[in-house]
Ligand binder design. Sequence first.
Ligand code: PLP
Length: 398
Amino acid sequence: MSLFSAVEMAPRDPILGLNEQFAADTNPNKVNLGVGVYYDDNGKLPLLACVQKAEQAMMQAPKARGYLPIDGIAAYDSAVKNLVFGADSEPVKSGRVATVQGLGGTGGLKIGADFLKRLNPNAKVLISDPSWENHRALFTQAGFEVQSHRYYDAAKRGVDFDGMLADLKAAAPGTVVVLHACCHNPTGYDITPAQWDQVIATVKAGQLVPFLDMAYQGFGQGIAEDGVAVSKALAAGLSFFVSTSFSKSFSLYGERVGALSVLCQDKAEADRVLSQLKIMIRTNYSNPPTHGGSVVASVLNTPELRALWEEELAGMRTRIKQMRVALVEKLKAAGVQQDMGFITTQVGMFSYSGLNKDQMVRLRNEFGVYGTDTGRMCVAALNSKNIDYVCASIAKVI
Ligand code: PLP
């Protein structure tokens, strides 16, 4: 009898399982639209020029790698605050934002979840239906009961906003509401600024705790535009959480660069919150790694590199939009009768294509075109070379 004989095999991660199946597929035309990764028009993961320049500068003045402070690089944390709230904003100036460097956006979410669990152990967590797969798992692992609020309306091909608002209104005070700040994953449907006003007002009236997940700032409409939820929550006087990820916006997936920011009511409160966040970090992984954070801090804090980053980010954003337009046109040209125009109303990396499970399985098995069973496709993995094949394949299964 082994210590581990009762250990059950955990279910495979659905996306990683899809990647394995893709790797084993011998179809020469295969296309992987299952991932949540931006590829350039040559199907390559970009290494941004701003990142390369920052790394070159770092190599010219090599530094020893001591432990970082528990909350990370000070220049990084302040760059995150400036990006999320604005360098001249009142919360940054008054010092009422507690920010810690995290291991990607996931790390920021987890530190926040652990802190919230200690703060209010009986609170429930609300996530959108559907949401990023890991939201439910992460908050459940942190000890919360996770429920979902209505979001996607398949018939309307958009957001069931009335349903969403009604579910938020019905939530008990103290409920943590995880909101996708922009580029909703998996659907690609965001709510409008006017709808954000209503969501924020509902959150405030119901004394809910907003947790904004910002994994795609700059991938939707622009860096400032994608911050609309933050500015509105700020203007409403709320205390709230923001997790930031630079995985996509810097194409630094493997460096695990992200952050958690908590907007408090004053500096004294922020200092106390920060001290607790540090305990969450200290008892999990002690302190964050140096490289990715140094690169991002250097890019964000050096005007010339910052301008280059904004340009490169705009390039990625524009290419995704072009792919959306091309997808609609080419699906039509390939003979798809139904209006697929909804694809251009979606934003960010993903598109809920409206295809059902059977169609997605056929796409995969017969054509080597991989998306998730829910119909989600990564538009950021389309390019001028694979899009015709993808459209022709979709046309055959619709
Ligand atoms: N939140 C959402 C909505 C995401 O889509 C992702 C990544 O796909 C994350 C968080 C996690 O980002 P990271 O890879 O930086 O941990």
